[in-house]
Ligand binder design. Structure first.
Ligand SMILES: [Fe+2]
Length: 297
């Protein structure tokens, strides 16, 4: 079974359409969404509609929570964007009650936590605080105790087929794609997706990976085969607002076809200028929200 994992769309319709087209081209069995459909971007309604049509479920992200309920620890820019987004949903429900209420019904069904295919706990933030806690790559060095407490909450053992393996988790929220791995002996480690090895351009400015190989996949930046002895946390990165200084839309495909499950990470260029121009035209969305898309941060 092949599952596309998307996260942190943030109202960026062009990025979402680009990712969905790539997913369709590759072919998957289903798509799951880790939340933050909303917030920051100029097309929240269309993004909710696409996710509700295309994904088997979506999780509650902190920005979805902010729009539907209340912003928690938000700065002024994020708060203003959340209230503008709520206004868009409310206005749409008023002018077209049928589709507007269908959208709100979907948003009322998004969940904080889903266990997927027995082995994978899926949350937006962390397994400890599903909606709001970031699991940063810097935590590996700066806060080993936090990492231990988080990995303690991931299953010591799960069963895949007739094999017992260490538990796994899938998160979004930081907008940085990669894998955390954990063993009792060595503690936590993080590898960015681009350092896992792929055939695509790991850095868009610096062509490495497959080079001139005609068979190479230019969008596959990294692949990981799960080690049954390690607990792990997968982050597919952000569709609509990457923050690893690579401005391309990010997503991942989890492949559970063979006994050794694997995850492939993809990066896709999309029309950033079109999105930024829409943001600049909306007074409630700060210009920085357009600028940061170009900078990938
Ligand atoms: Fe997010």
């Amino acid at each position: 079974m092949r599952t596309a994992i998307i996260s942190d769309i943030h109202g960026n319709l062009e990025a979402l359409q680009t990712v969905l087209a790539d997913i369709d081209r590759r072919g998957v069995d289903e798509i799951i969404c880790l939340g933050d459909i909303l917030g920051y971007g100029p097309d929240p309604l269309q993004c909710v509609d696409l996710v509700s049509e295309r994904c088997v479920w979506s999780l509650m992200g902190n920005h979805d929570y902010a729009v539907l309920y209340e912003p928690t620890n938000f700065n002024a820019v994020a708060k203003r964007a959340a209230y503008w987004t709520r206004g868009q949903l409310d206005a749409a429900a008023e002018s077209d009650p049928e589709s507007g209420n269908r959208r709100l019904d979907f948003l009322n069904r998004i969940r904080p936590r889903v266990r997927y295919r027995d082995a994978y706990i899926c949350v937006h933030g962390s397994v400890r605080k599903p909606i709001n806690e970031y699991v940063f790559e810097t935590d590996v060095m700066d806060d080993p105790r936090k990492m231990r407490e988080i990995f303690d909450r991931i299953d010591d053992e799960v069963v895949i087929g007739d094999r017992r393996v260490r538990g796994r988790c899938i998160v979004g929220h930081t907008h940085v794609p990669g894998i955390f791995q954990w063993t009792e002996e060595d503690g936590a480690d993080f590898t960015r997706a681009v350092h896992l090895g792929g055939t695509g351009d790991a850095d868009p400015l610096d062509e490495i990976g497959g080079g001139d190989d005609p068979d190479r996949d230019p969008f596959l930046v990294g692949s990981h085969v799960f080690d049954p002895e390690e607990k792990s946390i997968v982050n597919p990165g952000s569709v609509g607002q990457p923050r690893d200084l690579d401005e391309r839309a990010s997503y991942a495909i989890l492949d559970t076809t063979s006994e050794d499950h694997r995850v492939d990470f993809f990066r896709l260029p999309y029309d950033i200028d079109a999105v930024a121009d829409k943001i600049y035209a909306i007074a409630e969305l700060d210009d920085w929200l357009g600028d940061r898309l170009t900078e990938g941060r």
